[in-house]
Ligand binder design. Structure first.
Ligand code: HEM
Ligand SMILES: *[C@@H]1O[C@H](CO)[C@@H](O)[C@H](O)[C@H]1NC(C)=O
Ligand SMILES: *[C@@H]1O[C@H](CO)[C@@H](O)[C@H](O)[C@H]1NC(C)=O
Ligand SMILES: *[C@@H]1O[C@H](CO)[C@@H](O)[C@H](O)[C@H]1NC(C)=O
Length: 338
């Protein structure tokens, strides 16, 4: 009883905060974008996402990670060891395109991600309400926002109006930060997308839920355990992820509390040395990021507001709007069949 009252209050405060902060970052997208064209869109997405999470409590994390990867792609052309970056669309549903005969190497072949079937189910639910209106790029944004409500207990408005891209190239995925990165590299990677240190630390809280695989963890375990890891935590991980194992075993990102709860527990885990990646642990190695880690660990409501605002900002990266791109009929293929 006491817990649910407390959660309800957190929710209200976080909602107010997030609304006021995120409205600053709407860009060319609009709140309530489907108000006249498809008034049932956001409710249909919410219902489908709830049903999916009810049958698989880990699937919300997969949806949030898909949104991150969709938004973060970047076209990098490497010529004679010099990297030239070319702007390509960010949050445009390009991560969802399947290989086809005319495009055998889309983004999705580069990094294995979960949740594609879930996106197809959400898309089908929305198409049943208003065919051809709601983009797959917007579905990823709304489903991520809804996951925060369902698995995290905080709500906020998500602007929309993203259009689906026609191009998806595996080499664009160079822009995704690696789990081996140090804090300065992460700051640079996020800055390249217009995201601040605050956003980096806030969004890293997504690693409070969902899963990882041994192959991302073993580089920190062998030949000797990374000394920044809590020794018991490292020793437990060596049991789960043996030195010469396949690397494909899945384990929870958060091994301390509820692994399906999107929460500020991530920051306590960082401070305790109980996080999976170098890119998580390194947030303690600069003064700015360490301060933010401590603030987020201490204040769940402030973190919720930061996470919400940063997710909205992330959802604005290089979006296609107006008549650019298209609204796909299915998320795995362009309307032209590519
Ligand atoms: C800061 C740089 C980041 C790095 C280096 C990174 C890296 C990773 C890696 C290696 C995994 C494990 C994947 C697997 O084994 O399947 C993972 C999982 C995950 N990441 Fe990140 N990530 C970063 C930022 C983010 C951001 C900004 C978000 C979203 C806001 C996010 C959301 C997630 C989620 C939810 C999972 C669990 C996915 C699942 O359950 O399938 N990550 N991340
Ligand atoms: C790149 O290397 C090739 C072959 O070594 C050379 O012909 C070319 O001029 C170089 N291009 C640039 C931009 O330096
Ligand atoms: C290690 O595993 C044991 C047994 O499952 C558990 O009780 C303990 O909390 C774990 N320690 C850490 C630091 O994860
Ligand atoms: C694991 O692999 C390493 C190098 O690939 C090898 O030296 C070692 O003997 C192997 N250990 C076991 C337990 O198989």
């Amino acid at each position: 009883m006491a817990t649910s009252t407390c959660n309800a209050m957190l929710l209200m405060v976080a909602t107010a905060f997030a609304l006021s902060m995120s409205s600053l970052a709407a860009g060319t997208l609009q709140y309530d974008f489907y108000k006249t064209s498809c008034p049932g869109a956001e409710a249909a997405i919410r219902k489908a996402t709830e049903d999916l999470i009810a049958s698989d409590p880990t699937i919300g994390a997969a949806l949030v990670r898909l949104f991150f990867h969709d938004c973060f792609v970047r076209n990098a052309v490497i010529i004679n060891f010099t990297t030239f970056e070319v702007d390509v669309p960010g949050c445009d549903g390009s991560i969802l395109l399947n290989p086809s005969s005319s495009n055998p190497n889309p983004e999705k072949i580069t990094i294995p991600l979960r949740g594609y079937d879930a996106v197809d189910k959400i898309k089908a639910a929305v198409e049943a309400v208003c065919p051809g209106i709601v983009s797959c790029a917007d579905i990823l944004a709304f489903a991520s926002r809804d996951t925060a409500a369902i698995n995290g207990g905080f709500t906020f408005a998500m602007p929309a109006g993203r259009r689906d891209g026609l191009v998806s190239v595996f080499s664009d995925v160079f822009g995704i930060p690696a789990p081996s990165m140090q804090v300065q590299q992460l700051i640079q990677s996020f800055a390249g997308k217009g995201l601040t240190v605050d956003d980096l630390v806030a969004l890293s809280g997504a690693h409070s839920f969902g899963v990882t695989h041994c192959n991302f963890v073993t580089p920190r375990l062998y030949p000797t355990a990374d000394p920044t890891m809590n020794a018991d935590f490292a020793s437990n991980l060596t049991n789960v992820c043996p030195r010469n194992g396949s690397g494909s075993r899945a384990l929870n990102n958060n091994v301390v509390t509820d692994p399906n709860r999107l929460s500020n527990q991530f920051y306590s885990n960082v401070l305790a040395g109980k996080v999976m990646f170098t890119s998580d642990q390194t947030l303690t190695s600069s003064g700015d990021t360490l301060n933010l880690v401590k603030q987020n660990a201490a204040n769940p409501v402030a973190w919720m507001a930061r996470f919400a605002a940063a997710l909205v900002k992330m959802g604005n990266i290089e979006v296609l709007t107006g008549t650019a791109g298209e609204v796909r009929k299915v998320c795995g293929a362009t309307n032209g069949g590519n």
